[in-house]
Design a protein around this ligand. Structure first.
Ligand code: FES
Ligand SMILES: [Fe+2]
Length: 445
């Protein structure tokens, strides 16, 4: 495979179209990004009990995240060591073992080979050789429930890699009782475009008012007070309090909380209201009096937009996961999240809160994400023009006093492309490295 001169393809103000259109660059990304850096795999609440499993991907590698009988988490390759068939064909579930549907080899939930049918037909005992255990991602670690994996033994520890982006993640979690959420079902979408188009857009405040015009109009039809989440972007958004912060290692955060009034119920006030919500709101208000505002705030989407390179986007109450399928196709899955209230800190209000939360989480992906996906697909079409190769990301660049830099965090106005320029610098470093990737097999021998 050819290597590439990434210095020539990635400049501060612009990047070359081939980053989005070249299948050989995509193939390199599968090792240098989706292999060599920490990649989000799943959330612990998706495998809550011993023997639970959940299917995911590391780049194109099919992975089963499992929890064994001792509560140890593993990330196994869904690839039989006999002749390569997938051993697990269910998206999620609970099992003591995986039996390959092809010739019946079976593996424990921790990935160790457990049985080979009619083994007298073999000269060796495969169970004595850990080569026949399922391959597994060599390093798996969690941060507050978010499970990541990497094949790079040289990568910095996960907490160090997440660095400053941990603070917004902490804030996002800590507003819930027990500092926890549970990941629920999802809106699943795909687009015919490169995965980076979605990451480029993840903190883009420039497009909102133009791309999401119909959603804004709909929001205002239901409650025309012009105070709803996205209306901020209507006039002079760069003079307002919303900022984008870049933390290094490709991670960034669009903090929209400063536009919020500081009182219980403020978040609920700016939530888009839709038919079907009124009953739950009335029930909470009647039953809980002034505490209802706090409970309704828990149902409303928090205006935070946390982007963990390369594939985890936490926005509102959603967890969006990007999954590259090819250089021109990407799956984008928006998992809903629910409040968990193990200690009954919410006095029995949790079910009504989660019912409302389901409705609040319908709005953006169903009415807004489609706008974005259309743009991504149309960019992919536009980038087919070979003679016009540059994609510009210089908004804000070169303007005096536009950015602040403190403790390594770069901050800029809401519509600036500073986060793109910075993440592309990190991308370039990763793409110019030559990492060694390794799997492990578990077992003692
Ligand atoms: S490929 Fe799995 S048992 Fe043969
Ligand atoms: Fe958007």
């Amino acid at each position: 495979m050819p290597d590439f001169d990434f210095e020539a393809l990635i400049h501060e103000e612009k990047v070359h179209r081939s980053l989005y259109t070249d299948p050989d660059i995509f193939a390199l990304e599968l090792t240098r990004i989706f292999g060599a850096t920490w990649v989000y795999l799943a959330h612990e609440s998706q495998i809550p009990n011993p023997f639970d499993f959940f299917q995911t991907k590391l780049g194109l590698r099919p992975i089963i995240v499992t929890r064994d009988g001792d509560n140890q988490i593993h990330a196994l390759y869904n690839r039989c060591t006999h002749r390569g068939a997938t051993v697990c064909r269910q998206a999620k579930g609970s099992t003591r073992s995986f039996r390959c549907p092809y010739h019946g080899w079976s593996y424990s939930i921790a990935g160790d080979l457990a049985g080979v049918p009619w083994r007298e037909g073999y000269a060796r005992n495969h169970k004595e050789d850990n080569r026949f255990n399922l391959a597994r991602i060599s390093r798996v670690d969690s941060y507050r429930g978010f499970i990541f994996g990497t094949l790079n033994l040289e990568a910095a520890p996960l907490v160090q890699h997440l660095a400053g982006i941990r603070k917004p993640i902490d804030d996002w979690l800590d507003r819930h009782p027990g500092g926890k959420i549970a990941v629920c079902e999802a809106n699943r979408m795909k687009f015919k475009g490169n995965w980076k188009l979605a990451y480029d857009n993840s903190a883009d405040g420039y497009h909102v008012i133009f791309s999401h015009r119909s959603l804004l109009m709909m929001e205002n039809r239901f409650s025309p007070d012009d105070e709803k989440g996205m209306s901020f972007y209507k006039q002079h958004p760069d003079d307002g309090p919303i900022r984008v912060h870049y933390y290094g290692n490709g991670h960034h955060f669009k903090d929209k909380r400063p536009t919020l009034a500081n009182h219980p119920g403020a978040l609920w006030q700016i939530e888009g209201k839709h038919p079907g919500m009124e009953g739950y709101e009335a029930e909470l208000r009647e039953k809980y009096g002034k505490d209802a505002d706090y409970y309704l705030d828990l149902a409303a989407g928090i205006p935070m937009n946390i982007n963990v390179f390369p594939n985890l986007l936490i926005l509102g109450n959603h967890i969006q996961v990007l999954e590259p399928l090819s250089h021109t196709e990407t799956a984008t899955t928006w998992y809903g999240t629910a409040v968990v209230d193990e200690e009954n800190a919410l006095n029995g209000a949790v079910d009504a809160i989660n019912a409302l939360r389901m409705r609040t989480q319908e709005q953006f992906p169903l009415f807004g994400e489609v706008d974005d996906l259309t743009n991504f697909e149309e960019i992919q079409v536009g980038l087919g023009a070979e003679e016009d190769p540059w994609v510009y990301m210089d908004r804000g660049l070169g303007l005096p006093d536009r950015f602040t830099e403190q403790d390594g965090v770069i901050s800029g106005p809401a519509t600036d492309e500073v986060f793109m320029r910075e993440y592309m610098k990190h991308y370039k470093t990763l793409m110019m490295a030559n990492p060694t990737l390794s799997i492990s097999r578990g077992g003692e021998n």
